[in-house]
Design a binder for this molecule. Structure first.
Ligand code: ATP
Ligand code: MG
Length: 314
C-alpha cells in the first residue's frame, strides 16, 4: 500500500438502461490519505454513491481501477469488505427484528464470530446512543434512530476505514454532535473516514480534506488550505484588521497598496480584498497604525463548494 488508504485511477462507470446511457463516473482519480476525515462533496446525481459502491465491490467499474488499503476493489473485494465499515445510502434493516437481532444478523454475514458480536453489539449501540433500544423492533424506530443504527452497523467490525454515504440525514443536533465526536476519535486512532454529502454547512467543517465531484468528474481535491489557494488566486485574498485609532488614515493608505481591490470598514474593523497575497505589505502597516490584529479570511467549505461547482468545468 502506498501513502493513500483509498486510491482510484481513471475510474469510469457507465450505466445503461432502457432510457439510455449515463456516465455516472467520468475518469475519477481519487487519493485519500491515512487518518483523515475526508469529504466527498457533490450535488445530487454527481456520482458519490456510485463511487462508494465501486470501492466496496457492490458495483463493477466500466474501466479504470480502485484500491482500498492496497487491495483491488474488483479482484480482492472480500479483503476490502473485511476492513471497511459501510454506511450505505439505502440500508435494509428487518423491521420485525430488534436492533440487536439486525446487528447480529448483519455481523454474522460479515463473518464476525458470535462471541465477539455479543460483546460488540451493546458497545456500538451505546456509542450511537441507542443502548436503551437494543431490544426494540426496528419498525418502531424514527428516521434518525434508524440512521444511528446504520452507523452502529458500520462500526460493528471495528473497521480500519469508514465509508459513509450521507451519514447525518435525519440526525437531531445531539445526534450530529455524537457523530462528530465519534468521527474525531476514530481518526485520532489513525483510521480514515470518507463521508459523502452535499450538506456542507453540516459536515464540511469536520472534514480536513475533500474532493469535489461534479457530473461524474473530480473537479478538485486536497486539504482546505490547498483548495483555498486556488480559490484565492481567482477570487482574491481577504483580510480583516482590527485597529485602535486613525481608521480613516489607514483606509487611505490601504487603497494605495498595489493589488488592493476593495476596502471597507465599520467601527474598528477594516476589511481588505486584494487580487494578490498582500500579507507582507499589511504586516508593515501594523506598527504604523496600531493595528491590534490582522487575519487573513479563509473561504469556508460552502464558498469553496460554490466555487468548484460553479463555472469553468463544463
Ligand atoms: N443503478 C443505476 N442505473 C442507472 N443509472 C444510475 C444507477 N445508479 C445511479 N445512476 C445514475 O448515475 C448518476 C450518479 O448517481 P449517484 O447515485 O452515484 O449520485 P449521488 O451523487 O450519490 O447522488 P445523491 O446525492 O442524489 O445521492 C445519476 O445520473 C444517476 O441517475
Ligand atoms: Mg447518493
Amino acid at each position: 500500500m502506498g501513502e493513500y488508504v483509498i486510491e482510484t485511477q481513471d475510474l469510469v462507470k457507465v450505466y445503461k438502461d432502457r432510457s439510455g446511457v449515463v456516465k455516472a463516473l467520468d475518469g475519477v482519480s481519487l487519493k485519500v490519505p491515512k487518518a483523515v476525515l475526508f469529504g466527498l462533496f457533490g450535488p445530487n446525481g454527481s456520482g458519490k454513491t456510485t463511487l462508494i459502491s465501486i470501492l466496496v465491490g457492490l458495483q463493477l467499474p466500466t474501466s479504470g481501477s480502485a484500491q482500498v488499503l492496497g487491495f483491488d476493489c474488483v479482484r480482492e473485494s472480500i479483503e476490502v469488505r473485511k476492513r471497511v465499515g459501510l454506511l450505505p445510502e439505502n440500508y435494509g434493516f428487518y423491521e420485525s427484528m430488534t436492533a440487536y437481532e439486525n446487528l447480529e444478523y448483519l455481523g454474522k454475514l460479515d463473518g464476525i464470530p458470535v462471541q465477539e458480536l455479543k460483546r460488540r453489539i451493546p458497545e456500538v449501540l451505546e456509542l450511537v446512543g441507542l443502548k436503551e433500544w437494543i431490544n426494540s423492533k426496528v419498525k418502531s424506530f424514527s428516521r434518525g434512530m434508524t440512521q444511528r443504527l446504520a452507523l452502529a452497523q458500520a462500526l460493528l467490525k471495528d473497521p480500519e476505514i469508514l465509508l459513509l454515504d450521507e451519514p447525518t440525514l435525519g440526525l437531531d443536533p445531539q445526534g450530529s454532535t455524537m457523530f462528530r465526536k465519534l468521527m474525531e476519535e476514530f481518526v485520532k486512532s489513525g483510521k480514515s473516514v470518507l463521508i459523502s454529502t452535499h450538506l456542507l454547512h453540516e459536515l464540511g467543517y469536520i472534514c480536513t480534506q475533500a474532493a469535489f465531484l461534479r457530473k461524474g468528474k473530480l473537479v478538485a481535491q486536497g486539504s482546505i488550505e490547498e483548495l483555498a489557494k486556488v480559490y484565492s488566486k481567482e477570487k482574491g485574498y481577504s483580510y480583516e484588521l482590527l485597529v485602535a485609532e486613525d481608521v480613516e488614515l489607514l483606509v487611505k493608505e490601504l487603497m494605495k497598496l498595489e493589488g488592493v481591490i476593495h476596502v471597507s470598514f465599520e467601527n474598528d474593523k477594516v476589511r481588505v480584498r486584494a487580487s494578490e497575497d498582500i500579507s507582507d505589505e499589511l504586516a508593515s502597516l501594523v506598527g504604523k497604525f496600531r493595528v491590534k490584529a490582522m487575519v487573513p479570511i479563509s473561504p469556508t467549505w460552502d464558498e469553496l463548494y460554490q466555487f468548484y461547482q460553479g463555472g469553468g468545468w463544463e
